[in-house]
Structures are given as structure tokens and as C-alpha cells.
Design a protein around this ligand. Sequence first.
Ligand SMILES: Cc1ncc(COP(=O)(O)O)c(C=O)c1O
Length: 416
Amino acid sequence: MRKFSFPEKGLPQKEAYHVVKKQLEPDAHPNFNLAVFATSEMDEYATKIINENLAVNFPNATQYPNIAEINQKVALMLADLWNIGEDDSPWGSSTVGSSEAIFLATLAAKTRFQEQPKNLNKMPNIVFGANAHTAWYKAANYQGIEIREVPVRHGKFSVDASDMESYIDANTILVVGVAGSHQTGYDDDLISINSLLEQLEQINGWNIPLHIDAALSGFIYPFIRNDYVWDFRLSKVMSINASGHKYGLVYTSVGWLVIRNKAYIPESIIYKIKYLGGEFEQFTLNFSRGSSSMLAQYYNLLHLGYDGYLAKSLSTIVKAHYLVKEFSKLDVFEFVYPALFIPMIVIHVKHNSKFTIDNIAQFIQKQGWHTAVAQLSFDPSYPKIMKIIIRDSLTTEMLENLVSCFKLAINSLTQG
Ligand SMILES: Cc1ncc(COP(=O)(O)O)c(C=O)c1O
């Protein structure tokens, strides 16, 4: 008998439900999973919107014209939040997450390059720091684009213009600047990278767009770092992605891609769908997908507004800073990123410690807390780090419990 054969007879609903539920029981509870950024709680009305629209298929713009309209509206609200210029004519869409947004931004850049006769038989390349997310490696590899990975210098956590300069040439279709690295929280030096691209255009005539990967920061920086210039205020920024399901405060799966000018997207990759009656355009990877998360994002923007997102960002950062303060008192950790702007703490154990960061992670996992322990992909000689991601859904009691678990772990590991 094969291990998994298709069930011959169905189970009663309740029984099938319990089989699924039981099987999931050993997994982490999302509220106690501090390894990932995914939103783990939404309010009652957001949940109502989600449940009421589970059956609404996103791309059917002929039958659901308001879905298409809301999708555009939210994207344009984000363009506004990210300081789009008066003379720009932005386009944007929800996606399944930042990964899809990144894929589409890369596809637009590659197609623009390849449609120019002078580039026939030339290999397009993309330039990003070794601190960039896997989504960039996937997007480039899946599309046959040469990856020019810029090393992150030892002791640094991001890249700047001087690191990137020698990697850029006439075949560079896109330069990526990370605004909030998933490994350490730090930004690339976006202002210097933008200036470099301006200079390269003046000197060589290379018009290379800059994409900002704001998966983590797109719903944080506009509220708590208003004066920091990271977005469409930078002249070479052509596109930005952000994950709605992270600090956009929506359940998975929603991301956003905003492009400065719609004309930037080659006509050849915008599909005109006619067979469902009427005609609508598609520039997405998937055909069918849910609408619920996108609608929940719209609800969040309406309900929270600027003030609400500001309040949530601040309260999440305050929670993260409480942990930083408590962890400092323990005197066993070095801070790589003490939740400066992204509500994430990155630590490693001090040199000569009696235990490893893995020991701590394993101990607190037995108490139900999940964290991410890993080697920095771009600097394997750096001590192993632990990432603790803070969400607003963490209550004071939960934070206190987490601190107690850390203390317990340290006491027990020190004695053992
Ligand atoms: C900086 C960065 N870029 C891209 C991604 C991929 O985003 P998503 O999970 O929304 O596809 C992530 C995910 O954490 C990220 O942190």
C-alpha cells in the first residue's frame, strides 16, 4: 500500500475537521511565532470582510469591477504614502506577497531591456547586496538574469554606492536597495546608491532604475521616520514593494507593487483578458487568487488611517524596546539590531558564553516560543544570530512571559 492513497470514502465533517486540527497541533501558534513577520491577529471587522469575500476571485474584473477599483485605489494610496511626485502617473497592484511584486518589478525591467534592439543577444544583469532576500535570487534565476551579488563587507550589514559601483554596467537592468533587511533590520545606503545612479546616467547615459525592497519597512517608515528619504523622493526610484501581510497588518497573502509611471511597464507583458466578458488588464503572475487579504488591507487603511498606523508602529516599537531593555539586563547578549526602526531584535550570545544561541532557542521553544536562529547568509564567520520579531498582538503579559522564559533558560543553561 502506498503511504498516501486517495481516500476512498469521505469522513463526516466533524471528524475530518478534527483530523486536520489534530495534525496541526504540534506546530507553532502564530501568536507565539517570533521567527516570522506574518500578521497573526486582525480585528473583528477585518475578519468579517475576509470571511464574506472568500469566494470572490480577484481577477474577474468584469463581474467584480469594484475589486479591481479598490485594488487600484489602495495602490495609489500607497504611492501617495511613499511620496510619489506630482508629475508622476503611478500604477500599482496587490500581489500574493513581496515575492510576486519583486518578480514583476524584475520582469518589467528585463522586458524593457530586451525590447531595445541594441540589447539583442546581451545578458541582462541585476545588482543587489548579499543581504537581499531570497525572493531576489529566485526572480533573477527563474528569469535567466545574471545576478551580480555585491558582498557585504565584514563588520557591515548592508551595502552602499561604493560597494555597488564596480558591479554596475550598461547591461544592468535594475539596482536594488533594501529598506529593512530581513536578516539584520538595516537599510542599504539608499541615498548614496541613488546619487550613484544619477551620476552614471550623466556620465554614461545609462538610465538604470532603482527598486526599493520595503517588504518590512513600507508600512513603518512613513509613520515613524517621516523625514528619512527612502522612497519616490529619490529620483531614480522606479518601483517599490511592501508586504501587506507584515507591518501592513493583514493576514497572509497580500503584498504591493507600486511603479512610478505606468508607461514604464512594457505593453507586451500587460495581458488583456477578454474571455470573461468585457476586457480587463492583468500584470500579475497568477490568474485566480483570493480577494480577501487585499480587501482587508483596504479596510485597514480606512480604519487606521495615518494616525492609526503611526500609533500601531509606535506601540510595537515600544514593546520591542521593552524587550531590548530587559535583555540588556541579562548581560549575556550582544545586540546586532536593537529594534531601531523595524520592530525586530537581532542578538547573539557574548563571546565566551557557556551556552549557544541554539541552546536558548531550544529551551524557550519548549515553553512555546519560536524564534529564528541562523547564520548570516552574507557573513558565515559572524556569530550565529537570533531574530525576535515583535508584533502589536504581543500583550504585556506575553512579553513578560517571554522575558521570564529567557531568564529561566539562562539560569538553567548556566548551572547545567
Ligand atoms: C526584505 C524582504 N524582501 C522580500 C521578502 C519576501 O516577502 P514575502 O514573504 O511577502 O513574499 C521578505 C520576506 O520576509 C523580506 O523580508
